[in-house]
Write a new protein. Structure first.
Length: 618
C-alpha cells in the first residue's frame, strides 16, 4: 500500500526522493515525508495530504544531504495526520525510519518501552520500531535493526538511517515488497524502493529482497545478508542474489496524452492481451504452451482438484477461471477469498493444485494463503503481473500476465490479462483431458482474433459516455449476469464502487428474484450482461422481470442482437466470440462505463479515496 524510496550517493537526495514519491503516488496514500541525513544530523519534513504539499515544505526549508529516505503512508494505525506521517524518529532524533506493513505486537512493545522511559508522540505502530532500534543500538545500525526485528511480530518493508552510524541505509523485509536499485553508470549510488516504478528513471537493474533478509546500502554498493545471522557472536551469512533487469521503460508509466492512467490502460488492453498470448499459442497442436508450468506437467496431469485463491478483482478473475476449467477441462475447482483461506483450516487433499492470483504479486492476504497451501503440501502456482514479486518467487511455478505496469488503482488491463492467462491455462489442461485438436484449434483461432475485437469494443466509448451522462447522478446500480458473466457483473459493480463511489451490486441474474428485485424501480439502473450464449433465453426472462417493475436497463449484447435490444433502454454491443472468451469482451464496456461516470461526477479516477494499488497489509 504505502511507498518507500531511499537514496545514497553523490547527488542531493531530496530531488531524487521527491521524484520517486511521485512515481509511487498511484499506490494510494494520505500523507508523505522525507528524512535526510547530513552534518546537522537528521532533517525531517512531513505532512498530511499530497506530495505537492510536501514539495512546498521542502522548498521553504530545503534539507541538504546525499543520504535520505522517503515515504507515502496509507493510514492503518492512527489517523492520516502530519504527526503520524513517516519517517518516524526516536526520542533523540538520531534514528529515522520508514515502514510498510503492520507490527502486530506494537501495543505490547509500546508498554515495555514506556517502562524504560520512552515517550511516544504518534499513534502509529511504526514509531515503536524507532524507539526499539534506539534501545538496542550499540554502535552498529544493522545489528541494532536485526536485534529489534527479533522482537517484532508482523510484516515490514523497512529503511533506516542513523546519525550515530552515518553513510549507510539499512533495509529489511518480511511480508512487504522491497528492492534495491543499482546504479548503471559510473556514479556511485544505490536506491531502495517498494516498487520498481520509483527507481525506473535511474536504473533497470534491481535486486529483490526475500523475507528474512537485510541489506546494508552504501554509495559504492550493498551487502545482503540473513537477518538471523547478525548476532555479533556468530558469523554473518551473506547472500548472493541474481540481478534482475526490468524490461519496460519510463514511457510505460506516463499518461501518454490520456487524461487519466485508467483510460490509457483500458485502451492498452488489445496490446496487453497480445502480450499475454505471445509465444504461448500453438496453432497446429490447438493448445497453449506455458513455460512456467512445463516442469509441473506431472502434477497438473494428476491434479484432482484446483483451488484458486485471490482478493478483489483477481478473485473475480478466479471465478471466471472456475467456470472455464470445470466446463472445458472437467476438473473440480474451488475459489477462495485469500483473506479467509488461511484462517479456516482448509482441507487440501493430495493431488490438489492451489493457484494464487494477484496483479502485484505482493497482496498480503494472497501471499499468506499461498504459504498456508504450501504448508499443507499442495502444488502451488501463481498468476501475477509483476516480474520478481513475492508470489512469483514463492510458488512452484506460474504464469506472468505480461500486462505491463498498471498505474490506475482500479485494475483494468491486468484483469483482462488474467482472464487471457486463465483461458490459456484452461486450453492447455483441456487438451490434456479430452478436448479434441479441432476444438483446440477453434479456441486458438478465437484467441488470435481477440485483440481486434477488443478494439471494436473500445470504439463504443462515445456511446458509453452518453449513457454515463444519463445515470451519473444515480446512487445505486445493479449488475446481472449468468454463468461466467456473473463474475463480470461482480467486477463491473466493483469498478463503479471503486472510482465513482456509487453503491453497486453484482448478482447472478436468476438470483435477482430472491430478494434484490425488491429494490428495483425507476431510480435503479440495471446493467445486464446478455451475450448470445447458452443462457441467453433465460437472461431475456430476467430482463422482463426488471422491465415490469420500471427499472432502467443497460444491456451488453452481441453485435446484431435484435430480440433483447428491443426490450431495453440502452444497448452496448460487443463482437461475438466463443463462450470461453466472451467474458473478456463484456468486461471492457463495464470499465468504460465506470470510468465515464466517475469523470462526470468529478471523482479522482486514478487515486480513489481510501484505496491503494497493492494491499500489503491484512
Amino acid at each position: 500500500m504505502c511507498g518507500i524510496i531511499g537514496y545514497i550517493g553523490s547527488q542531493e537526495a531530496v530531488p531524487l526522493l521527491i521524484e520517486g514519491l511521485k512515481r509511487l503516488e498511484y499506490r494510494g496514500y494520505d500523507s508523505a515525508g522525507i528524512a535526510v541525513q547530513n552534518a546537522i544530523g537528521m532533517e525531517i519534513r512531513k505532512c498530511a495530504g499530497k506530495i505537492a504539499r510536501l514539495e512546498e515544505l521542502v522548498s521553504e526549508r530545503p534539507p541538504c544531504g546525499t543520504i535520505g529516505i522517503a515515504h507515502t503512508r496509507w493510514a492503518t494505525h492512527g489517523a492520516p495526520t502530519t504527526q503520524n506521517a513517516h519517517p518516524h524518529v526516536d526520542a533523540g532524533r538520531t534514528i529515522a525510519l520508514v515502514h510498510n506493513g503492520i507490527i502486530e505486537n506494537s501495543d505490547v512493545l509500546r508498554r515495555q518501552l514506556r517502562e524504560i522511559g520512552c515517550e511516544f508522540r504518534t499513534e502509529t505502530d511504526t514509531e515503536v520500531m524507532a524507539h526499539l532500534i534506539a534501545a538496542t543500538f550499540e554502535g552498529n545500525l544493522e545489528q541494532a535493526v536485526a536485534a529489534a526485528l527479533t522482537q517484532i511480530v508482523g510484516t515490514y518493508g523497512l529503511a533506516v538511517v542513523s546519525s550515530r552510524d552515518p553513510g549507510k541505509i539499512v533495509v529489511a523485509k518480511r511480508g512487504a515488497p522491497l528492492l534495491l536499485g543499482l546504479s548503471e553508470n559510473d556514479e556511485k549510488a544505490m536506491f531502495v524502493a517498494s516498487d520498481v516504478a520509483a527507481v525506473l528513471g535511474h536504473t533497470r537493474k534491481v535486486v529483490y529482497l526475500d523475507d528474512g533478509e537485510l541489506a546494508v546500502l552504501r554509495a559504492d554498493g550493498y551487502a545482503l545478508m540473513d537477518i538471523g545471522s547478525l548476532d555479533p557472536s556468530e558469523p554473518t551469512r551473506f547472500i548472493e542474489r541474481e540481478i534482475s533487469h526490468i524490461a519496460w521503460d519510463l514511457d510505460r508509466i506516463e499518461r501518454g496524452g490520456y487524461p487519466h492512467f485508467m483510460l490509457k490502460e483500458i485502451f492498452e488492453q488489445p496490446v496487453a492481451i497480445c502480450d499475454a498470448m505471445r509465444g504461448r499459442v500453438l496453432e497446429e497442436e490447438g493448445t497453449a504452451r506455458l513455460g512456467g508450468l512445463y516442469h509441473l506437467s506431472e502434477e497438473l496431469n494428476s491434479a484432482q482438484r484446483i483451488i484458486f485463491t485471490a482478493c478483489g478483482t483477481s478473485w473475480h478473475a478466479a471465478l471466471v477461471g472456475e467456470y472455464l476449467l470445470e466446463e472445458y477441462a472437467r476438473i473440480p475447482v474451488e475459489v477462495e477469498y485469500a483473506s479467509e483461506f488461511r484462517y479456516r483450516n482448509p482441507v487440501i487433499p493430495a493431488n490438489t493444485v492451489v493457484v494464487a492470483i494477484s496483479q502485484s504479486g505482493e497482496t498480503a492476504d494472497t501471499l499468506a494463503a499461498l504459504r498456508e497451501a504450501k504448508r499443507n503440501g499442495a502444488t502451488t502456482l501463481g498468476i501475477v503481473n509483476v516480474v520478481g514479486s513475492s508470489i512469483a518467487r514463492e510458488t512452484d511455478g506460474g504464469v506472468y500476465a505480461h500486462s505491463g505496469p498498471e498505474i490506475g488503482v482500479a485494475s483494468t488491463k491486468a484483469f483482462t490479462g488474467q482472464l487471457t492467462v486463465l483461458a490459456l491455462f484452461t486450453l492447455m489442461l483441456a487438451r490434456r483431458r479430452g478436448m479434441s485438436i479441432l476444438e483446440g484449434r477453434e479456441v486458438v483461432a478465437a484467441l488470435r482474433e481477440l485483440p481486434e475485437k477488443v478494439e471494436r469494443v473500445l470504439e463504443a466509448q462515445e456511446q458509453i459516455d452518453q449513457i454515463a451522462e444519463a445515470y451519473s447522478s444515480h446512487r445505486n446500480f445493479l449488475y446481472l449476469g449468468r454463468g461466467a458473466h456473473f463474475p463480470i457483473a461482480l467486477e463491473g459493480a466493483l469498478k463503479l464502487k471503486e472510482i465513482s463511489y456509487i453503491h453497486a451490486e453484482g448478482y447472478p441474474a436468476a438470483e435477482m428474484k430472491h430478494g434484490p428485485i425488491a429494490l428495483i424501480d425507476e431510480d435503479m439502473p440495471v446493467v445486464v450482461l446478455a451475450p448470445d450464449d447458452s443462457v441467453y433465453a433465460k437472461v431475456i426472462s430476467n430482463v422482463e422481470e426488471v422491465k415490469a417493475r420500471g427499472g432502467k436497463i443497460i444491456a451488453v449484447v452481441n453485435e446484431g442482437d435484435r430480440e433483447l435490444s428491443a426490450k431495453v433502454d440502452h444497448v452496448i454491443s460487443v463482437p461475438r466470440t466463443i463462450e470461453m472468451l466472451q467474458p473478456i469482451l463484456t468486461a471492457v464496456p463495464l470499465q468504460l462505463l465506470a470510468y465515464a461516470i466517475a469523470v462526470k461526477r468529478g471523482c479522482s479516477v486514478d487515486q480513489p479515496r481510501n484505496l491503494a494499488k497493492s494491499v500489503t497489509v491484512e
